[in-house]
Ligand binder design. Structure first.
Ligand code: NAG
Length: 196
């Protein structure tokens, strides 16, 4: 009930702001990816919703690095939306259609392939870790993989990718929470240097 009243109040404020700023201009409501709880870890389900309020925007709410909710901000439960209202790293807000597809702002990995950037193999200090897409796995990892003389570094965001890397002695997973761009490390191919 309280939530409903708050949403109405926010919607009214938005509506007033719209009147003042656009004096009647028609704004298309956003379309956002949406998921809730454990369904955010199901790769086969990629649902979308059209926001009820034409001035609403998209969010992804995280618990540490794990996605716990996606959707239109006003349709996210208030206790989760607090992470967005307080501008914490556990919320990604954005304002274009289907934009809520990124990982937590600290989920940063080097993303390169030595077949088109030689620095990826032997000069990683020249590269900047970049934000990953939103994970469907509970854990978020970066990886380094050697494959027939080619070095690949990137984000490991799905359980299938993480399992296949873990099963491959030429592939190493590391946690982005430990330090930025953890996959700048190298190891002797065939002898994965670190274990999870
Ligand atoms: C490493 O990258 C930097 C910046 O791009 C470049 O100036 C330097 O020459 C590179 N070093 C090697 C050994 O390739």
């Amino acid at each position: 009930m309280y939530r409903r009243i708050e949403q109405l109040a926010v919607a009214t404020l938005f509506a007033l702001a719209l009147l003042v700023q656009h004096s009647g201009a028609t704004e298309q409501p956003r379309t956002c990816y949406t998921c809730e709880g454990i369904n955010c870890q199901r790769t086969s389900i990629m649902k979308e919703q059209k926001c009820l309020n034409s001035l609403d925007y998209c969010v992804t709410v995280f618990s540490k690095f794990t996605v716990v909710q996606k959707g239109c901000s006003l349709e996210v439960p208030i206790e989760l939306r607090r992470r967005c209202d307080a501008n914490t790293v556990e919320c990604h807000k954005c304002n274009t259609d289907r934009c809520n597809n990124l990982g937590q702002p600290n989920y940063l990995c080097l993303q390169c392939d030595s077949s088109n950037d030689a620095n990826c193999a032997n000069n990683v200090s020249a590269l900047t870790p970049m934000r990953c897409s939103s994970p469907t796995a509970t854990n978020s990892y970066c990886f380094v993989r050697y494959d027939g003389g080619v070095t690949t570094r990137g984000c490991s965001t799905t359980l299938a990718d993480q399992r296949s890397c873990y099963a491959n002695a030429n592939c190493l997973l590391c946690s982005p929470g430990d330090f930025k761009g953890c996959n700048s490390v190298d190891f002797q191919p065939g002898t994965r240097a670190l274990r999870l």
